[in-house]
Design a protein around this ligand. Structure first.
Ligand SMILES: [Fe+2]
Length: 388
């Protein structure tokens, strides 16, 4: 019997180097034309020339271009509001989001409000459970990192003060995703490593997940294999490897679109705004320690995963070690922070981190083994001390 699954996808996914040039044809095929808002960050699109290039492509297509280049990492409710005000004032017909996960998340959040009114806080899923209903503005997403998979997901994470909130619904899945690996050639190695660690966490938290299913598993396993195999060369700016990583992170996004994430993202959701740690990095601090804990209780799933990765073992302990050590190896290779201790945060914060993670019930309930508060304390303590 196949267990029920439920997911949405962009209407179009265009993958390949140089595919940004196809933007006018893509817009034609989707019937998009008129006033367009380019949503992007403060610097990258401008200094790389992509902002001019996108503006020219859109103007030649007959669109009137407006630019909102104010999106910061971990976009705030204030930023979303500014974007919404601009979109509403000029009467935007569609959005082109060009940037990393924060930019695409911001664009997805902005897309709801010009046609619906209200505030983005009305859609903080864990507080209001309010569904996102049509109409929203269509978003064409062009990722410039290989981490969040936001270009294909139904999630947008918005920061209010020191807390992160998820806006969630099929209605904000981008109508099109254009994945052009040439954009990744500008990504500094450290940012690449951090983004990739987010994608790796997505694939593993989707695979080991109570909502994992026959379809999400295809994406999760394939993504993990690609991400692990291309991380090091991608770190060294091999463009072919980075293209693979862009594909892998998209697949991992497809996987979490069905399953969501689990405890690693629950812990990360707390420490990112609290201690100003990039999202991918904060996932990377916990993912290996977390997997060490849960794979012990999931021998069959763990063996199946490592076999799919190309290893031959029927020993659960060995299978668990393979997964944990392959992540540690990548962390060591890329020189990103290994443990919480490296953040120079006081040990006195560990209890509050564990408490916040454990209390993020929507994610913790998806952990496919029984997990107690004491387990979470143990994971956080080990993530603090960890050495490689
Ligand atoms: Fe993530």
């Amino acid at each position: 019997m196949i267990h029920r699954f439920d997911t949405g996808h962009p209407r179009k996914i265009i993958f390949g180097k140089g595919s940004i040039n196809l933007l006018p044809n893509i817009l034609d095929s989707l019937g998009l034309r008129g006033n367009v808002l380019i949503v992007t960050g403060m610097k990258f699109a401008r200094v790389t020339g992509y902002l001019d290039r996108l503006s020219s492509l859109l103007k030649d297509h007959g669109d009137t271009v407006f630019i909102f280049d104010k999106v910061e990492p971990n976009p705030s409710i204030e930023t979303i509001q500014k974007g919404v005000e601009l979109a509403a004032r000029v009467g935007v017909n569609f959005i082109v989001a060009f940037g990393g996960g924060s930019v695409i998340d911001a664009a997805k959040a902005i897309s709801i409000l010009p046609l619906q009114g209200g505030s983005i806080e009305d859609y903080f899923y864990d507080i209001t459970h309010r569904p996102i209903l049509p109409p929203t503005l269509p978003v064409v997403a062009i990722p410039t990192t290989c981490g969040t998979g936001s270009e294909v997901t139904k999630y947008a994470v918005i920061t209010k003060g020191l807390n992160k909130y998820t806006v969630l619904g099929d209605q904000i899945i981008p109508i099109a995703a254009i994945l052009d690996a040439e954009t990744l050639s500008y990504l500094p190695s450290e940012q690449f490593a951090i983004a990739a660690m987010d994608a790796i966490s997505h694939s593993l938290e989707s695979y080991f997940n109570n909502d994992s299913n026959i379809y999400s598993e295809v994406f999760a396993i394939t993504a993990l294999k690609i991400l692990l195999n291309n991380y090091m060369n991608g770190f060294n700016n091999d463009i072919e490897a980075r293209e693979e990583m862009l594909y892998g992170s998209m697949l991992a996004g497809m996987a979490i679109n069905m399953t969501g994430t689990t405890l690693v993202h629950a812990l990360s959701a707390y420490i990112t705004p609290r201690f100003n740690i990039p999202h991918g990095l904060s996932n990377g601090l916990f993912i290996d320690v977390y997997l060490k804990k849960i794979t012990k209780a999931l021998p069959e799933m763990t063996i199946k995963l490592v076999k799919n990765l190309g290893f031959t073992t029927d020993d659960p302990k060995e299978a668990s070690d393979i997964i944990v050590s392959s992540i540690k190896q990548l962390k060591k290779y890329s020189g990103i922070l290994i443990g919480l201790k490296d953040l120079n945060i006081s040990e006195t914060h560990l209890h509050e981190i564990a408490e916040a993670g454990y209390n993020f019930k929507r994610l913790v309930e998806k952990v496919p083994v029984k997990i107690t508060f004491e387990d979470v304390i143990e994971i956080v303590n080990e993530a603090y001390q960890i050495k490689i």
